[in-house]
Design a protein around this ligand. Structure first.
Ligand SMILES: [Fe+2]
Length: 306
């Protein structure tokens, strides 16, 4: 019998909401990952200029958060930085605050610039935010940001929102009383990880995991690279976001990306892209990944040669 995709047989399948598995417009499985997401770089200096300009352009009432989302430049994407993670530059201007809320997506932030008087209230605990600090707000924890200093504070937010959206398990709740949650404790919080202390003294190459096990979907690592060192990363199904916390780093990523990043710059390295990181000076890099998620699901896998 002659195959005719225009035949009444196929239109009847469509009417019944069936798609014949033998005539898919594109395959649903591949021999190995063929990621749609691309390696891409975002610059803190560009974000800072745009965020500063937002002060005059966008009234605070219009923004739940004053942030700029790093949207991966692939067709049809309007939000995600990698398949499971999103990153954004955020600022809180002097004297401003960002109202308390909570959500089923997990979040963390790397502080880039701040003066004393900048803090996040996490479940009633005041968590101070100094440059280089990593501040965690695991899923469903109340959090609001305050800047009582006289200068704008900036940080990078990292969240698993694209993954939570995929699962359709998103919940969001503003603080019932409105505004900011009151501070009920000043005790030191496990939600604050100072990067300098986490890495300890010395200048030798070192990679430490921080906040291990606190968030089920996201892993965080601090990577110290002395001047002249190089790290090679092979193919992995793990998606990586790297932000430079100190110094500078040259990233060469499979596919042709070759760029030097300074403090506060971020690069997305989607899964299955080999990459190399060179440090022309003593450098600290903060890495965020979806490794725990993939490991739990049995999807963490490496290989593929170069
Ligand atoms: Fe939030």
């Amino acid at each position: 019998m002659k195959h005719d995709p225009q035949s009444p047989y196929y239109s009847e399948l469509g009417r019944l909401r069936f798609s014949p598995g033998w005539a898919r417009p594109e395959p649903s499985m591949w021999p190995e990952p063929t990621p749609k997401f691309k390696p891409a770089v975002w610059r803190f200096a560009s974000a800072k200029r745009a965020l500063d300009a937002s002060h005059n352009m966008v009234p605070a009432e219009l923004t739940e958060r004053r942030n700029l989302i790093m949207v991966n430049p692939i067709e049809g994407n309007t939000y995600a930085t990698t398949r499971t993670l999103v990153a954004a530059y955020q600022c809180v201007m002097a004297g401003e605050s960002a109202r308390t809320h909570r959500h089923s997506a997990a979040a963390l932030r790397l502080v880039l610039a701040s003066k004393p008087g900048t803090y996040t209230i996490v479940n009633g605990a005041r968590v101070d935010m100094a440059p280089g600090d990593v501040v965690l707000t695991p899923a469903w924890s109340w959090h609001g940001h305050v800047n009582e200093s006289d200068e704008t504070s900036y940080w990078i937010d990292f969240l698993d929102i694209p993954f939570v959206q995929l699962t359709e398990a998103m919940f969001f709740e503003p603080y019932p009383a409105g505004g900011l949650e009151p501070i009920t404790t000043h005790r030191s919080s496990p939600m604050r990880i100072p990067s300098g202390e986490a890495l300890g003294g010395g200048r030798e190459a070192k990679t430490v995991e921080v906040g291990a096990g606190i968030m089920p979907t996201i892993a965080m690592h601090l990577i110290r690279q002395p001047a002249g060192s190089r790290i090679d990363v092979g193919k992995t199904t793990v998606n990586h976001l790297y932000a430079v916390a100190r110094g500078q780093a040259r990233f060469e990523v499979e596919g042709g990306l070759d760029e030097v990043l300074g403090v506060g710059d971020l690069i997305a390295v989607p899964c299955w892209h080999t990459h190399a990181i060179e440090a022309p000076e003593d450098t600290v890099i903060f890495r965020v990944s979806d490794e725990p998620l993939l490991t739990k699901l049995g999807l963490a896998r490496t290989g593929g040669g170069s």
